[in-house]
Design a protein around this ligand. Structure first.
Ligand code: ADP
Length: 495
């Protein structure tokens, strides 16, 4: 069925991202907004826009009834969930379909199957996909789990089975901490995801995070769009992503991508998905999990392959065949994405709130800034602190790295503090330039990533300027870490 009108059940940059492609395809867009987002671009640029009212996320962007009601009222024939929010909620996908509306995403069954780390591993057993040595069975007795951990051998990683966004994970290096960590992961799982089931994996030291972009249609075509490396992480959350992965042989790249396709075809997947793998320093790779939605970092794949993944999602949802063959999908050049957050790396990454006075945009060619804010927008603590994604293409890794560093200078968010300079220091680090990336890059080079101490005279100038500004500063770095916001209880789209 030809989709004529899409409701985008999201906000910010991803809502705009979907809007852009829908427009290009001649499809009308309905957006939804919480009252405090009323003047953001996603609320203002759509063909029709509907208020969700105000209040907690459960009353706005997570209110399934309100969203389906708006879809019906506006005559939308499809819903795109973006990432986060309801994108991996099987019940939502199924309610949408029952209401006679197309869900632009996988089937509710696939979402359920892959939404649980233990369940997905179990489902993949018959396919002989390489798995990290570990235990993901049903026996959740503490003493039994502890025994399994001993068998695997320290260090081990205890994970909440329903976890996401790096929550509910505990590294255990020694026997003394084992029971307490099992209990900790269980109670965090229960608190954050209403599920205390855990699994245990061998903890791999200094691995790389490699993931494969997949796209499947309903005509039996299961394609991959190559890999992304997302090893630069802070607290298990990605902040810099790139493709192609550095320091990887073509043979290994193809093997990993083939394994991912084996998964999408093995479970008869539909739409866009990502299989995440962990790659050991010895180049062994293991399945981590599958994300059944568009990833935050999908643009690097688009830059390097030249294909629009949202367009393909919409085509698949309309029942069309994917218009490309595997052999047509090639990696050309190199792309890097940096996630720009409203936070202060010099103050222990405290969230920064306030009014964005002015946004600076990139000037170089082949640079994309996916941003959901406009000048004058307020950044609060109720939503994810990601302000924008800077995506840069270059003919090779060296070029895209230097272009990214230059472009970060253009990306100003006057009024709030951002991690921009911190990102520049990561990209300028010699180990990054050499492609020596791994998931402990940030802790390993922590000292190098700190800002160079200001010279005394500069400091004096700064203090003078600061006191002149006095109380009229429009931004403040707040001392509250947003643990209590409903956002943090959502599953981890960031990864
Ligand atoms: P989440 O769903 O919370 O994002 P993942 O299972 O995807 O959790 O893992 C997130 C990150 O945690 C990975 O990218 C990697 O850095 C680290 N990680 C996960 N499993 C392991 C492991 N067994 N050994 C070492 N690091 C791991």
């Amino acid at each position: 069925m030809k989709i004529q009108k899409i409701l985008v059940a999201n906000r910010g940059e991803i809502a705009l991202r979907v809007l852009r492609t829908a427009r290009e395809m001649g499809i009308k867009v309905v957006s939804i907004y919480a009252e405090d987002d009323k003047t953001l671009p996603h609320a203002m640029l759509a063909d029709e826009s509907y208020s969700l009212g105000s209040g907690a996320l459960a009353d706005t962007y997570l209110n399934q009834n309100k969203i389906i009601d708006i879809a019906k009222r506006s005559g939308a024939d499809a819903i795109h969930p973006g990432y986060g929010f309801l994108s991996e909620n099987a019940m939502f996908a199924s309610t949408v379909e029952k209401a006679g509306i197309i869900f632009i995403g996988p089937t509710p069954d696939s979402i359920t199957l892959m939404g649980d780390k233990s369940g997905s591993k179990k489902a993949l057993e018959p396919l002989n996909i390489p798995m990290i040595p570990g235990y993901h069975g049903d026996n959740q007795d503490e003493a039994f789990l502890a025994d399994q951990a001993r068998k695997i051998g320290f260090p081990v990683l205890i994970k909440a089975s329903a976890g996401g966004g790096g929550k509910g994970m505990r590294i255990v290096n020694q026997e003394e901490d084992l029971l307490e960590s099992i209990r900790g992961a269980k109670s965090e799982g229960l608190k954050s995801f209403s599920n205390d089931r855990v699994l245990i994996e061998k903890y791999i030291v200094n691995p790389r995070h490699i993931e494969v972009q997949l796209m499947s249609d309903t005509h039996g075509n299961h394609l991959h769009f190559w890999e992304r490396e997302c090893s630069i992480q802070r607290r298990y959350q990605k902040i810099v992503e790139e493709t192609p992965a550095p320091s990887m042989s073509q043979e290994l790249r193809e093997k990993i991508c083939q394994t991912a396709v084996q998964i999408s075809s093995g479970i008869n997947y539909r739409g866009a998905g990502t299989v995440e793998f962990i790659l050991t320093p010895k180049n062994e790779f293991y399945f981590l999990e599958m994300n059944t939605r568009l990833q935050v970092e999908h643009p690097v794949t688009e830059m390097v392959t030249g294909f629009d993944l949202v367009r393909f999602q919409i085509m698949v949802a309309s029942g069309e065949k994917l218009p490309v063959k595997q052999a047509d999908i090639k990696q050309k050049g190199h792309a890097i994405e940096c996630r720009i957050y409203a936070e202060d790396p010099d103050q222990n990454f405290m969230p920064s709130i306030g009014k964005i006075e002015k946004i600076g945009t990139p000037t170089l060619r082949d640079v994309r800034l996916d941003c959901g804010f406009n000048d004058g927008a307020e950044v609060g603590v109720n939503y994810d602190p990601m302000l924008a994604k800077l995506i840069v293409w270059g003919k090779d890794r060296e070029t895209s790295t230097s272009k990214t560093i230059q472009s970060l200078d253009d990306v100003l968010f006057l009024g709030v503090k951002t991690n921009r300079d911190y990102l520049k220091r990561i990209l300028a680090h010699p180990a990054y330039a050499q492609g020596l990336t791994h998931t402990h890059f940030i802790p390993q080079y922590e000292a190098d990533l700190k800002p160079k101490a200001l010279r005394d005279d500069q400091l004096a100038d700064l203090i003078a300027a600061f006191s002149l500004q006095g109380q009229t500063r429009s931004s403040a770095t707040v001392g509250v870490v947003s643990h209590s916001t409903p956002w943090t209880t959502l599953t981890g789209f960031r990864n």
